[in-house]
Design a protein around this ligand. Structure first.
Ligand SMILES: C[S@@+](CC[C@H](N)C(=O)[O-])C[C@H]1O[C@@H](n2cnc3c(N)ncnc32)[C@H](O)[C@@H]1O
Length: 310
């Protein structure tokens, strides 16, 4: 499963779940990377032409609702997903969005799988973006995406990729982790790597794999953490998340049902009582093509030597 979704056994997600997570996602995202993407687009765009932005696995449009009003350039958006009902939600809720400069955006939706999206849907893209997607995809698909983006010379902004960091903290901020938590986190990670229809899924390995794939194509990278910090005030999201984990754990380790049910009840009641907080790690990545306008390359301290392939 997608740690950030309870409903991903087959890579289909409910609008209810995506709506629950949207405000928490928007708070968690790294604003500086959006700012840098805005700057890059402004330098690249000609004054008269709208930039083409493609949102892969757009769901009901959360990523677009975050980005469009924060980008100053005129925008032509292409939303891609394999789920027609989510695409319809996205279209109806994003139709009236405007750029940060007040210019209405243009919007088209494309019902396509991620594999199909690499050809036509990416044509002419200036910026390819996605949120909460990459744990579902395979290494081969990321390699193909990075090669295609390099061919197009576009930038990419990929946010909220789960990185496997999960922590419970008590009210004093102390991390609590016992043998059952470790069993649960390992079992969730194994469940995440199941094939979701696009090859063996990378799960929590995706953020590192993404960086390496774009570095291999000469991109300049900047990465930032974007963790969820969940407490009693985000109860409906926590409740749905932990229920989804329970389902995934029972699928992955049915012989451990008693252990899983005990863990679920104990952790859920402590969260409900406000005795625990839950931190769930994500990473955001902005990658700019090698031939970006002068002044747009990042401080290379963002690229560590182990990131750069030999
Ligand atoms: C976790 S949701 C994220 C949705 C949205 N980006 C957001 O942040 O709310 C993942 C999205 O990817 C889509 N998706 C998953 N696998 C896909 C595939 N193989 N082809 C096309 N879309 C896919 C799902 O339908 C879903 O909308």
């Amino acid at each position: 499963m997608n740690t950030s979704s309870p409903l991903a056994a087959d890579a289909h997600f409910s609008d209810t779940w995506l709506t629950l997570r949207e405000p928490v996602d928007h708070r968690a995202r790294d604003a500086q990377l959006t700012h840098a993407a805005d700057h890059w687009l402004a330098q690249r765009a000609s004054a008269s032409t709208a930039a083409t932005l493609v949102d892969l696995g757009c769901g009901s449009g959360s990523n677009l609702r975050y980005l469009a009003p924060r980008l100053h350039t005129p925008q032509r958006w292409r939303l891609v997903d394999h789920d027609p009902s989510l695409l319809e939600h996205a279209r109806s809720r994003c139709d009236t969005l405007a750029s940060a400069a007040g210019e209405p955006i243009q919007l088209t939706v494309h019902e396509a799988t991620l594999a199909q999206a690499l050809d036509e849907a990416l044509t002419g893209a200036d910026l390819v973006t996605a949120s909460a997607l990459f744990d579902l995809v395979s290494a081969e698909w990321i390699d193909a995406l990075a090669a295609r983006c390099r061919e197009l010379g576009c930038a990419v902004l990929f946010t909220l990729s789960v990185d496997g960091e999960i922590h419970f903290q008590d009210s004093a901020g102390k991390t609590l982790e016992d043998g059952d938590d470790r069993f649960v986190f390992d079992t969730l990670a194994a469940h995440q790597q199941r094939d979701k229809g696009a090859g063996e899924a990378l799960g929590t390995l995706a953020p590192t794999y993404l960086k390496q794939a774009f570095l291999r194509h000469g991109y300049h990278l900047r990465e930032a953490p974007s963790p969820w910090r969940l407490g009693r005030e985000t109860w409906p999201l926590i409740d749905a998340l932990i229920a989804g984990w329970r389902t995934a754990l029972l699928e992955q380790a049915p012989a451990q049902a008693t252990r899983i049910e005990n863990w679920y009840r104990t952790r859920l009641s402590a969260l409900d009582a406000g005795r625990l907080m839950l931190t769930l790690g994500h990473r955001d990545l902005l990658a700019l093509p090698p031939d970006s306008p002068p002044g747009m390359s990042f401080d290379t301290s963002f690229e560590t030597s182990q990131d750069r392939p030999a």
